[in-house]
Write a protein that binds this ligand. Sequence first.
Ligand code: BG6
Length: 291
Amino acid sequence: MTQTFDSLVSQFRAPGLRFEVGRGGLTKIVIKNEICQGEIYLHGAHVTHFQPSGQPPVLWMSEKSLFEEGKPIRGGIPICFPWFGPLASDPNAPGHGYARLNEWELTTAKTESSGEVTVTLETNIDSFHLTYQVCFGKTLALSLTVSLHESSKGEVPFEEALHTYFAVSDILRISVEGLEGVGYIDKVDGAKIKEASGQLIRFTGECDRVYLDSDTDCVLRDTDRSIRVRKANSHATVVWNPWVEKSARMADFGDDEWRHMVCVETANVGKHSITLAPGESHTLTARIEVE
Ligand code: BG6
């Protein structure tokens, strides 16, 4: 069901929250109060902006992003589900699955006395029901619950990722801490499995890695701030920067924009995919804090 703009405005009232017609005519929820600013589109339940007061924006958005039904938004936090990357069994299936292409339904919106604004969006994909709760406050808290319908004929596996694009001063000057003790799949080197490097991640070329058994926090160290990603029920972390040539190949990504972004994605993919039995649920969470 697509919610009309007027029905949203009349049904949901919460201090610090308003609805706007966003880019491409798509509906967005805008949060603005004394503790933070944020935005989330119903298209893809896609968070496109988060900025705690006194800080520059935490999330990166491409100036070349499309805002179109049936197309993913480039930047912010796309939700990858029920598969990650291309679907092995069908090369024509959309990359990263349907969640970022669906029109989600807003089901709750609430403001706490602290100023935190929490919205819940829901959608159905195949035999799954997805509930995404996003709390905009001094931190950004994301919680994705996937439930398999009781009527499903058996167990069903899925992959998922909160594909977070962070804004950085300069990719050449940042590092990512927290993954030095775990091995990874190196997607820019034939998907070879590499051993733990024991080093912070620094960027000197295209990086597309799936860190395995990575359950702990990651900290993005930038020149003027650090951003901590705390997570629960996530066993994989994807780190991505397309660098020069891949950026040039992507129509919805500016040729020089790679320098100012990095993705650190809270995920369950590959050997960490999740399998649910009918009636079961799984919740993935990430909390993004500026330190
Ligand atoms: C990353 C993948 O998570 O997403 C990369 O590891 C991929 O391989 C990138 O290129 C962007 O994907 P898309 O479908 O949004 O262009």
